[in-house]
Design a protein around this ligand. Structure first.
Ligand code: ZN
Ligand code: ZN
Length: 371
């Protein structure tokens, strides 16, 4: 990933994170490599077993603790332009002590979700009596409420995956295998994105398995195929979109499937139409679920309705029962109900939506009607 936002974006995020730490009563945050570090600095560095950590004290200068061997990789981020001190270390030094030194004052410390146990245990040992908590809650608000630059990235990622779906009808011919279709999809996704995240080609009964990837099964005429694909775009935002197709056109597909698809179509549309600020995440799930249950397919809808998306493909807010989180402008997530008849076929429709001031905007826009 080479693209970056302007360094002022990262500077703002780091000071917001410090404020969030302060208001949560924490002495600071320790962030490992991964989406959280990328959010705060633009760096997608991976230092493997060597510790790289961004330390954001609630009331002192932020410090990046990093192995000297990775210094040039860190330059591919906003860090050189940010007011963040570099605390370099070489093999034989004690990087965990550098983290604790950078944190300064006493008080509880929040650790980022990607720090591995080998680092967590050593940091905890150095912190002694000081309490450690997961940084996710302190960062959750920042991650969930996306700013205009992030929404624009997700919009472009949505356009990229739309362009791939537009080509899918031409790929689905009887006699081709799921794997052959997946190989074509891989090229198409890469033409529009930087990285292929996942490819699902679920034909016939394989479409009834929501986590099927693809196989050597051959496609048959008139049979439904679930295509769920995603990639990484621009500064690292993800796309994710599902459409269900019928090989050789919709005429000749089983009548039972046409009926099921209409139920799903209406359920997905009703759930999307309900997205607006002030409603809960679980209420969106309930709308899709009630619709599907009313048509008698309740037991065949076996997963949550959606997940947040950003620098990771699955993040808060999760659109599911039990999540009473109130939706706010700037949140972005999938709405992806599905109906799966074991041994027969399945269908899923997935779009990414962002909550706007008055309602929602679709970030994926390919036609949802069966094609
Ligand atoms: Zn998906
Ligand atoms: Zn999804």
């Amino acid at each position: 990933m080479t693209e970056l936002f302007d360094s002022s974006v990262y500077a703002r995020r780091i000071s917001q994170a410090a404020l969030a730490a302060a208001s949560a009563g924490l002495s600071g945050l320790v962030i490992g490599t991964g989406p959280e570090l990328a959010y705060l600095t633009g760096s997608w560095i991976s230092s493997h077993e060597r510790l790289t950590a961004l330390v954001i004290p609630a009331a002192a200068q932020p410090v990046i603790v990093a192995p000297a061997v990775d210094r040039s990789d860190l330059a591919h981020s906003a860090l050189p332009e940010l007011d963040v001190d570099l605390s370099g270390w070489v093999d034989g030094d004690d990087p965990h002590q550098l983290v604790v030194d950078a944190l300064g004052e006493d008080g509880p410390v929040a650790l980022g979700s990607s720090l591995t146990a080998d680092h967590v245990l050593k940091i905890q040992e150095k912190l002694g009596e000081r309490k450690t908590v997961l940084a996710t809650s302190a960062l959750k608000e920042l991650f969930m409420r996306k700013d205009a630059d992030e929404i624009e990235q997700l919009r472009l990622a949505g356009r990229a995956i739309d362009a791939v779906h537009a080509e899918v009808p031409g790929l689905l011919r009887a006699g081709r295998t799921e794997a052959e279709v997946a190989a074509d999809l891989e090229k198409l996704i890469l033409a529009e994105h930087d990285v292929v995240d996942f490819i699902i080609v679920g034909s016939g009964p394989n479409g009834a398995d929501p986590h099927h990837s693809f196989s050597d099964r051959e496609l048959n005429e008139h049979e439904p195929v679930v295509i769920d694909i995603g990639g990484t775009y621009g500064v690292g935002y993800h796309s994710d979109c599902t459409r269900t197709y019928v090989v050789g056109g919709t005429e000749g597909v089983a009548e039972e499937f046409t009926g099921l698809y209409q139920v799903l179509f209406d359920a997905q549309e009703a759930a999307c139409a309900a997205v607006r600020p002030g409603v809960t995440a679980e209420s969106i799930d309930q709308i899709a679920r009630d619709h599907i249950a009313a048509a008698g397919y309740g037991e065949y809808y076996i997963h949550r309705t959606g997940h947040g998306i950003g620098l990771s493909t699955h993040e808060e807010p999760f659109i599911m029962a039990g999540n009473d989180l109130v939706l706010e402008e700037g949140m972005a997530f999938s709405v992806e109900p599905g109906i799966y008849l074991p041994g027969k076929f399945g269908a899923r429709i997935e779009d990414i939506l962002t909550v706007t001031a008055e309602g929602a905007e679709y970030l994926t826009r390919q036609p949802r009607v069966l094609q």
